[in-house]
Design a protein around this ligand. Sequence first.
Ligand SMILES: Nc1ncnc2c1ncn2[C@@H]1O[C@H](COP(=O)(O)OP(=O)(O)O)[C@@H](O)[C@H]1O
Ligand SMILES: [Mg+2]
Length: 267
Amino acid sequence: MAVKNQIEIKDVTHAYQTDHGPLPVLENLNVSVPLDSFVAVVGPSGCGKSTLTRLIAGLMMPDQGEVRLHGEIIKAPKSTVGMAFQNPVLLEWRSILQNVLLPLEIVPNKMSGGERKERAMSLLSLVGLEGFEEKRPSELSGGMRQRASLCRALVHRPEVLILDEPFGALDAFTREDLWQIMHELRREEAFTTLMITHDLRESVFLADQVVVLSGRPATSQHILNVDMGHERTLEDLYSEESVRMLAELRHEIQIAQGRSAGEKEAA
Ligand SMILES: Nc1ncnc2c1ncn2[C@@H]1O[C@H](COP(=O)(O)OP(=O)(O)O)[C@@H](O)[C@H]1O
Ligand SMILES: [Mg+2]
């Protein structure tokens, strides 16, 4: 049977056990990410977004419900998943190229040394880092480090890419550069993406669908389909339709924040 949804979160409920008793974080959460599509997840700070990524990464199991990748329930981390976070955590004692090659040293694969290098170099060139492959992470800007981190996440050709606020620490213009690079990567490579972000413009610019989570415990409060095609320019964000979508998302975030009583942090 063909599996349409690469990522399927079904009726997931989860609580952390803390010194003060159980902390319910996710409640009957449902999110589906179709093959080769890009779903962005937004929601108030502390509502459970990173918890969701940990469940998909196979780092924990939910108390109730199912988390499926390519149709199979996830019980442990899988090599068909690539991940990138807000902090790129590149190893300083390795060059940028060696950092990008790291997953190929861990994930079983039949590539020769030459093929691995060729694969890493083609990704580095795609994100505009040609000529920087022998540099150390500290010699690169924050935006360049995040580009390298995207290459590392994709080098082993994962079917699924999980991004947890990957551009959150970058300045506005660098972030916009990274958005364009993300579209470029999608044009060149086939993967299914779930991205957590707190930037509504980012979600509209990148995603095919935006899922708004409620306040904690998070459930899927609202779904917005972004029918813009994949050839998007930054100007598109100022179109009437984009402005309407952004207002809709802003409204939903306000509702979500109202639900999470006591949560003082901003979305
Ligand atoms: N390992 C843990 N043990 C206990 N509580 C946790 C743990 N991880 C996260 N939390 C709490 O669970 C809630 C959701 O966390 P998280 O998923 O990181 O939220 P988000 O990414 O949406 O900001 C927060 O209140 C956080 O403090
Ligand atoms: Mg988080």
